[in-house]
Design a binder for this molecule. Structure first.
Ligand SMILES: Nc1ncnc2c1ncn2[C@@H]1O[C@H](COP(=O)(O)OP(=O)(O)OP(=O)(O)O)[C@@H](O)[C@H]1O
Length: 251
């Protein structure tokens, strides 16, 4: 089994507060891995440590065999690490086509001069159209992002991340804010992503986790409480006490 991403002893302190505690984590290539845990458990911080927007206090992060612990976020993106945010980060006045094309141009290093390089710009437009079609957004690619249903806007975020050609994609609560009827649709689109993209996603809804994740890590107070298949996690008495309660759904 080849490994896309690992952390060893990864820790983050804010003063006396330990937000991430010596996390040893491993994401195999092709994984569909969920990160769950109570509010404030440190899930978003863990993603921020992986992307480099938050510097680690100690420990290491390895992406595709390379130690990226000291790298800037943009260097990690170039090496194949992309993310989406818990709250939408799209430009509302751009169309999905424009947002995805810009991301393709960014990857190709064309952003500052794309208007001069129409040949390469054409290729970027074609690639953006192909990504949007793959995510079933082809028919709304020309509409202003702010006019799209929120569920579709979240899929546009995945499209922008895909334009960076990630090997590992981190999704911070991709279904947050989406009416529950639309969240399965979003995850179906995510489930169709190519298998060579390894996925780590934060999700509270255990029904979605059971359906779309092959493995689950439970984070509590910054440390890993348990790891296993969704069935193992849902049957784990400690996890049930600390996180799942009796609801089996939202924490
Ligand atoms: N910049 C910061 N300075 C101080 N404390 C912080 C900072 N960022 C996060 N924290 C604290 O770290 C803890 C973990 O926060 P984090 O947002 O990572 O949790 P989470 O599991 O993603 O929570 P949620 O499910 O509510 O999004 C919280 O107690 C939070 O208050």
């Amino acid at each position: 089994m080849s490994i896309a991403l690992t952390t060893a002893g990864l820790s983050k302190n804010y003063g006396a507060l330990q937000v991430t505690r010596a996390v040893d984590f491993s994401l195999p290539v092709g994984a569909r891995h969920a990160l769950i845990g109570p509010n404030g458990a440190g899930k978003t911080t863990f993603i921020n440590l992986l992307t480099g927007t938050v510097p680690a206090t100690s420990g290491s992060i390895t992406l595709l065999g390379e130690d990226i612990t000291g790298q800037r976020p943009d260097q990690r993106v170039k090496r194949g690490l992309a993310r989406t945010f818990q709250v939408t980060s799209l430009f509302p006045e751009l169309t999905p086509m424009q947002s995805v094309t810009l991301a393709v141009c960014e990857r190709l290093g064309l952003t500052a001069r794309w208007y001069k390089r129409t040949g390469e710009h054409r290729a970027a437009l074609d690639e953006a159209a192909e990504i949007l079609a793959r995510l079933h957004l082809g028919h709304v690619g020309h509409l202003l992002t702010r006019t799209l249903p929120y569920g579709q806007q979240r899929i546009v975020e995945v499209a922008v991340a895909l334009a960076l050609r990630p090997r590992v994609l981190l999704l911070d609560e991709p279904a947050a804010g989406i009416p529950s009827g639309e969240s399965a649709e979003l995850f179906e689109v995510i489930a169709e992503l190519p298998e060579d993209i390894s996925l780590l996603f934060i999700e509270h809804d255990m029904h979605l986790v059971s359906r779309f994740a092959s493995r689950v890590t439970v984070l509590v107070a910054g440390g890993i409480l348990a790891e296993g298949t969704p069935a193992e996690i849902m049957a784990n008495p400690e996890v049930r006490t600390v996180y799942l309660g009796n609801s089996e759904g939202h924490a």
